[in-house]
Write a new protein. Structure first.
Length: 292
């Protein structure tokens, strides 16, 4: 299989591309790195490959170029797991990978993976609980551009106003993406913002978390907070998808949550696992099974 990893000059992307390419080559694949073109898209003819790999949603124009040609894509980004064995882990220890989309939600339920990788993380899955607040978790500007959504503030404001006026009497907390410096408060909601704030401070008193695509759903599900996923956030297979269900969101069974987490553990890999070829063996299997 001809594989191209299209990366920027950032050190972490270089390390990721080197590890992934090395692991794919160990399985006999024709894999190579390519420098990300200036302007975010290729001019002229696209490089020929069967799988094009990128980092993050900033590469939306290149994604669309390859999708228009019918080429499969793999998106890499910061892992879903931000802690393991009861301790916070380095932000880029795990790299998540999704085929032909931003998240693997299209095929996540079909995977039915064993719990071995999930169990090694020793993360606790708390029972569902209810609270007095509703958290609206925002996403980045680049994410909204990728999905052709309204500006993050405009998008959040529309739903927060509806929650306040029509759907719930609970206090709404607006939590934009913590790294987004241009976030602003929204009327009818409390503002939880800044790199010093933690989602874990909000979850104990939360009734549910609402988002289009924030990774906060992962932490919420583990903390026992049900979610409403209006877009492609990774908890979509075990969550409600309509904001009207805010007072009675879906509560997946314990078995369903553990299976979801077990599947997700096979969608993120360390650099060592990628370099050894272990990661690619599973990624290729997913590609052949679910992206034909």
């Amino acid at each position: 299989m001809r594989i191209l990893f299209i990366r920027s000059d950032k050190p972490r992307e270089r390390l990721l591309a080197e590890a992934f390419v090395a692991g794919a080559r160990k399985h006999g694949e024709d894999a190579a790195e390519v420098e990300r073109p200036e302007g975010g898209e290729f001019s002229g003819d696209l490089p020929t490959c069967e799988l094009a790999c990128f980092v993050g949603v900033k590469s939306v124009r290149m994604f669309r170029q390859f999708w228009a040609r019918g080429t499969h894509t793999a998106m890499f980004d910061k892992g879903y797991v931000r802690e393991a064995n009861g301790e916070r882990v380095k932000g880029w220890k795990y790299w998540r990978v999704s085929l032909d989309g931003h998240h693997p939600t299209r095929y996540l339920e079909k995977m039915q993976m064993p719990p071995d990788r999930w169990n090694k993380l020793r993360l606790k899955m708390k029972p569902w609980h209810s609270g007095k607040t509703v958290i609206f978790a925002g996403s980045s500007v680049k994410y909204h551009e990728f999905y052709e959504l309204d500006h993050p503030t405009t998008f959040a404001e529309k739903y927060i106003k509806r929650l306040h006026k029509e759907l719930t009497e609970r206090r709404v907390i607006y939590r934009p993406k913590p790294s987004w410096d241009e976030a602003t408060p929204i009327a009818c909601s409390d503002f939880s913002f800044g790199k010093g704030t933690s989602i874990y401070e909000l979850l104990p008193n939360a009734h549910c978390l609402i988002t289009h695509g924030s990774n906060a759903v992962f932490e919420a599900v583990l903390e026992g907070v049900p979610c409403i996923v209006m877009g492609d956030a990774v908890a979509k297979p075990i969550s409600s998808t309509q904001i009207e269900e805010v007072e009675a969101p879906k509560l997946a069974s314990d078995d369903e949550r553990v299976q979801w987490a077990s599947n997700l553990a096979y969608c993120q890999w360390t650099l060592d696992e990628l370099a050894s070829g272990e990661g690619w063996s599973h990624i290729k299997d997913q590609l052949l099974k679910y992206c034909a």
